[in-house]
Write a protein that binds this ligand. Sequence first.
Ligand SMILES: Nc1nc2c(c(=O)[nH]1)N[C@H]1C(S)=C(S)[C@@H](COP(=O)(O)O)O[C@H]1N2
Ligand SMILES: [Mo]
Length: 571
Amino acid sequence: MGPERGGDSTHPPPVRPRTPDVTGERATGPLRWVTAALCGLLAAAAAMGIAELAAGVLGRTSSSPLPAVGAGFIDLTPVWLRDFAIRHFGGNDKAVLLIGLGAGITIAALVIGLVSRIRLAWGLAGLAAFGAIGVIAALTRPVAEPVDAVPSGVGALAGMAALTLLARSARPFLIAPPAMGEAAQSTATPGDGGAIEVSDAKGGPQRRPKDTEPGSCIDRRRALLTGAGVVGVAAASGAAGRVLLHRGDVSSARADVRLPRPASPARPVPAGAQVRAPGMTPFRTSDRDFYRVDTALTLPQVDPRDWTLRIHGMVARPVELSFEDLLRQALIERDITLSCVSNQVGGDLAGNARWLGAPLAPLLRRAGVRGGADQILSRSSDGMTLSTPIETILDGRDAMVAVGMDGEPLPIVHGFPARLVVPGLYGYVSATKWVVDLKVTRFATDRAYWTRRGYAERAPVKTFSRIDVPKPLATVRVGRVAVAGTAWAQHRGIDAVEWQVDNGPWRQALLAPVPGLDTWRQWVAEWDAAPGSHTLRCRATDGTGHTQPEHRTPPFPDGATGWHSVVVTVT
Ligand SMILES: Nc1nc2c(c(=O)[nH]1)N[C@H]1C(S)=C(S)[C@@H](COP(=O)(O)O)O[C@H]1N2
Ligand SMILES: [Mo]
C-alpha cells in the first residue's frame, strides 16, 4: 500500500530541513502502521502458501502447517473443552477450530508486521517462532516422518524472505521523512509511539541511489510491485499445493469399489419401525444426517488398493489382509445404531445404519488370540488409537470390520475403506474409522487415545431415551398430541419406555418393532394436551431390566445419564 495523498498542489509538502530534495509524499502515522501490518500479513501469506506447496510436493496433508497445528491443538484439548466444542458445534467443531486458528494466525501476522516496523529482526523472529511451532506440531503427529518438518520450515524461510523484501521496499513509506538508512531504522524503539524520526547522530549519509529517493514514484512502484509479487507467490504456491494435495483424494477409488453381497443379509426392518409423527427422527439415518465425531482435521485418504489390515500382538499367527481379502470373507449385513460417549441427555450424537462387513471374531481366531490378552488396540491410518475389550468382540455379537454403509462403500468421513463396528459400545471404544492395524494386547500394557485421557476402558452404551416430538419449547394445539421419541441400549435392547406429564403418573409408551437388539427403538404415546405450559419426561428400561436413572451425569468418563424432558406450550 502506498502513502496517502498529501503532496498535491493544494497541500504542499511540509518543509523538510535535511532532505529538501525529496519529492515524495509524507506517510502519516497511522498509515505507516497499516502498511507495516500489511507487510506482516503478506509475509505470513507467503509462508503459508509456500508451506502448502511443500506439503503438496511431499504429498503429506498432515505436514501442512494449519492441519498440523490444528491436530496438535486437538490433542492438547482438555476433556471439558472437547465436550464443550462437541455440544455447541457438533459436526462443525473442526470448521470452528480452523476458523479460530486462521484468525489467530492473522492477528499474529499483523503483530509481526507491526513489530518489524520497529525492528525487522523481531518480525523475522516472530515468523521463525511460528515456523518452529509448525515444525514441532508436524513432527509430533502420530504418523510423522522427518520430512514433515519441511513445509513449516521452508514456509517460515519464505515468510522471512518476503518480510525482508517487503520491509526494504516499503521502508520509504514506513518511516517518516526525511528517510533514513539502516542505522536509523535500528535505533527506533517500541516506545516511540509511531513517530519515528531521523536520528541525526546515526543517520549518516544516504547510501541510496538517487532514483530510489524515499517516497519517490519509483520507490512507490517498487513497493507495490514487491507487494504484488508476494501476493502472487503466496496465491500461486498455495493453489498449487492444494492441487497437489488433491492427488491423494480417494473419491474416485471409492466410486470404483464393488461390494459383494452379504453371505448373511440383514433381517428386514419391520414395517412399523418408523413411528409416523410429523418431525419424527427417521429410523434409518441418512448419510447426510449421520453424526460425525473424530479427531481427523484433514480426512484420511486411504486407497483400498494400498490398504491392509494387520492383526498382530498377542497372537499365534499374525494376519495381514488386503481389501480384496477382506471382501472375500463371508460378509454380514446388520442394522446397528452407533452412538457417541459425548452425547448429552437429549442429544443427537447417534445414528442408525445398515453396515456390511467381515465378522471380526473369526479373523481374531484365525490369528489365534493368546491367553491373557484383554484388549484390541486398533489404529487408524492417521495414527488414532482406540481400545476395545476383547470379550465384547468374541462374545457372539456382530462385531465387524465394516466396508459398507447403507449399501454403499463407507463414506470417506465414516472411515473408507474400512472401520470397526461393535454393537453395544460407545464409538470411542469400538468404531475405529480408517482402521489399518489391530494389536491384540492388554489394558495394562497399552492405552488408547481416549483412555489415556481418562475415559473408561469399558464403555457399554448407557440406556437412553429421548423425546423427539414435540420439540423443546414448541407450541401445540389443545387436544390429541403425538409424543414420540427414540430410545437405545444397543445389544441389550429396549423393553419399555415410560413417559410423564408434569410429575404426574408414569405411563407406558407404545414401542415400535425393531429388527434386533442392536438398533435404537422408536416409541410413541398419545397425549390429551390441556392448555398451559407442560413438562414432558421420558425414561427407558433395557432388556436387562435396568431403568434409565433420573440423575444427570456428564458424558465424561463413560457416558451421560439422566431423564430427558421438554417444555411445551399448549394453546
Ligand atoms: N480413526 C478414528 N476413528 C474414530 C474416531 C476418531 O477420532 N478417529 N472417533 C470415534 C468416535 S468418538 C465415535 S463416536 C465414532 C463416530 O463415528 P462416525 O463419525 O462415523 O459417526 O467414531 C469413532 N472412530
Ligand atoms: Mo464418540
